[in-house]
Design a protein. Structure first.
Length: 444
C-alpha cells in the first residue's frame, strides 16, 4: 500500500514532469478505443483505454484523483503498443506520457526489498552487460543440450509456476553453444559492388539468444549490396528500461550507443527488432531536457531504419526467392508499425517469395500480448490477448507465422504451443525466412 508521503510525491512528480499541454490535447473522441487491446479485453472498461488512462494522469495532476494502487495497476496494464497514436486526430503522444508517468511512480514509490532487488538485478546488473547475458545464454544452452531440460519437463517441478510460464519454457529458442558462437568481424563486406554503407544495431537479446537471426540479417544486407559495420561498443537499446520506469538507466544506455555509432559515416543504422527500433528512433525525446545530448540523439535517431525497409529500397525482391509451398501470414510488431511506421516493406518481401501463398491476418496490426516482459508481469491479460490473436491465426490457415521482433516471435510460438498446433504451424523471424528463401532458391 502506498502511504500518503508516497502519494504526495507521485502527484508532485506528475505535476512537474508530465506535459500538461499533451494531457489536455486529448479530445476524448474515442477513436483510440477500438485499437486498444486492454479496453477490448476488459469489457470496454473506460479506465483500461488510452483516453481513460490520460484522464487518470490528468486527474492526478489536477489534484482530483489520488495516485493509489488502482491507478498504478491501470497504467501497468497498458501494453504500451501505441496503436492509439496513429488513429488519434489530435496526435497525442500517449506513449511519452505513459513512460513518464511510470518513471515517476517507480522513482517515488518504495518497493519491498525482494522487488527492489529483482529490479536492480535485471535492469542494472544484467541487461546493461552483454557479457552477462551471454553467460546466462551459455547456461541455457547447457540446460537444453545436457538433457536437463527433458528431465525437468518430465518431472513435476514446473507445476509450481503458472501454466503460461511453464509453456514459455518450451518455446525458448535453441541457444548456440559457446563453440558455435563464432567471433564476428567488425565489418561484413557487400556481395559485389557496394551500394550502401550501413551500421548494424545488434542489440542484447538479439545478439545472444537470437544471434542466428542477426547473422541472417547481415547476410541479407550483404546480398543487397551493403557494407555492414558492427560497432563493438554498442549495447542494450534501453527499451525495457524506458517502458518499465527506469529512465535514468535508459539514458545511460542511449549515451553508450550514440557514442558507439559516432563518426561511422553510415547511410543508415539498421536493425531487425521493432521494439528496439522504436526507442532508438526516439532517443532525442529521452534527452528533450538535455541540450548537450538532444542534438546528438536527434542525428542518431534520424539514421534508424528497419532492415526490411533497406531491402525494399535496394529492390531485394528482384533476387531469386523460393520456398516449398506453404501459406504464410504476418503479425506486425506494434512498435515497428506504430512508431517506426514500417508495415508495407515486410509484406512486399514476403509476397516476392515464389512457392508461397500470402494471407493477410485479420487485425494483424493489433498487439499479440508480448510487450517486453508484459507476458510475465501481466500474465492473465497477456494470455487473453494471445488467445484472441490465435483465433485470427487459425482463420488464415497459415503454416508459417512471420514477425519482425523477438518478443512477438516468442509470443506467437507460445500461442502455437497453447493451441496444440506445434506439428502444423511454425513461427519465424522475417530475416530467417528470407535467408531460407535465398538458400532454397540456390538448391540444384
Amino acid at each position: 500500500m502506498m502511504n500518503q508521503l508516497e502519494k504526495k510525491a507521485i502527484q508532485q512528480g506528475f505535476q512537474e514532469r508530465l506535459d500538461y499541454d499533451e494531457l489536455i490535447n486529448c479530445m476524448r473522441c474515442g477513436f483510440c478505443l477500438p485499437t486498444c487491446p486492454t479496453y477490448g479485453q476488459s469489457n470496454q472498461y473506460e479506465a483500461a483505454s488510452p483516453r481513460g488512462r490520460i484522464a487518470l494522469m490528468k486527474g492526478i495532476v489536477d489534484g482530483i484523483i489520488e495516485p493509489d494502487e488502482q491507478v498504478e495497476q491501470q497504467l501497468n496494464l497498458c501494453l504500451g503498443c501505441r496503436a492509439c497514436e496513429p488513429v488519434c486526430p489530435s496526435g497525442v503522444k500517449y506513449g511519452h506520457l505513459l513512460e513518464e508517468a511510470r518513471d515517476v511512480i517507480q522513482e517515488k514509490k518504495q518497493h519491498s526489498l525482494p522487488i527492489r532487488l529483482l529490479r536492480y538485478l535485471v535492469f542494472n546488473q544484467l541487461f546493461p552487460y552483454k557479457s552477462r547475458i551471454k553467460k546466462v545464454n551459455q547456461c541455457l544452452s547447457f540446460y537444453q543440450k545436457s538433457g536437463i531440460q527433458k528431465l525437468v519437463q518430465k518431472s513435476q517441478i514446473l507445476r509450481i509456476v503458472p501454466e503460461h510460464v511453464r509453456q514459455m519454457e518450451q518455446i525458448i529458442p535453441e541457444i548456440p553453444s559457446l563453440s558455435e558462437d563464432e567471433q564476428r568481424l567488425p565489418i561484413a563486406r557487400a556481395e559485389g559492388k557496394p551500394v550502401k554503407r550501413v551500421a548494424f544495431f545488434s542489440g542484447c537479446l538479439m545478439d545472444t539468444m537470437f544471434r542466428n537471426t542477426n547473422h541472417a540479417t547481415i547476410k541479407l544486407l550483404q546480398k543487397a549490396g551493403c557494407d555492414v559495420i558492427i560497432p563493438e561498443t554498442q549495447g542494450c537499446c534501453g527499451a525495457l528500461h524506458a517502458h518499465s520506469g527506469e529512465k535514468k538507466m535508459a539514458k545511460l544506455l542511449a549515451k553508450q550507443n550514440i557514442e558507439a555509432f559516432k563518426g561511422l559515416e553510415a547511410d543508415y543504422i539498421v536493425l531487425n527488432a521493432g521494439g528496439c527500433g522504436a526507442l532508438l528512433a526516439e532517443y532525442d525525446h529521452l534527452f528533450k531536457d538535455d541540450p548537450e545530448w538532444e542534438e546528438r540523439a536527434r542525428f542518431f535517431s534520424s539514421k534508424i531504419k528497419d532492415f526490411s525497409e533497406v531491402l525494399v529500397e535496394l529492390n531485394f525482391m528482384a533476387n531469386e526467392l523460393s520456398l516449398p509451398y506453404q501459406v504464410i501470414t504476418y503479425q506486425d510488431s506494434c512498435h515497428l508499425r506504430n512508431v517506426m511506421k514500417t508495415f508495407d516493406s515486410p509484406r512486399k518481401l514476403l509476397k516476392a517469395i515464389d512457392g508461397v501463398h500470402y494471407t493477410e491476418m485479420e487485425k494483424a496490426d493489433q498487439c499479440c500480448g508480448s510487450a517486453g516482459i508484459y507476458n510475465i508481469t501481466q500474465g492473465q491479460m497477456s494470455m487473453q490477448i494471445l488467445d484472441d490473436k490465435m483465433e485470427k491465426v487459425k482463420k488464415t490457415k497459415a503454416h508459417t507465422i512471420v514477425t519482425a521482433n523477438p518478443g512477438c516471435l516468442l509470443q506467437m510460438k507460445l500461442g502455437v504451443v497453447r493451441e496444440g498446433m506445434s506439428d502444423t504451424i511454425r513461427s519465424v523471424h522475417l530475416a530467417d525466412l528470407l535467408l531460407e528463401a535465398v538458400e532454397h532458391s540456390q538448391l540444384p
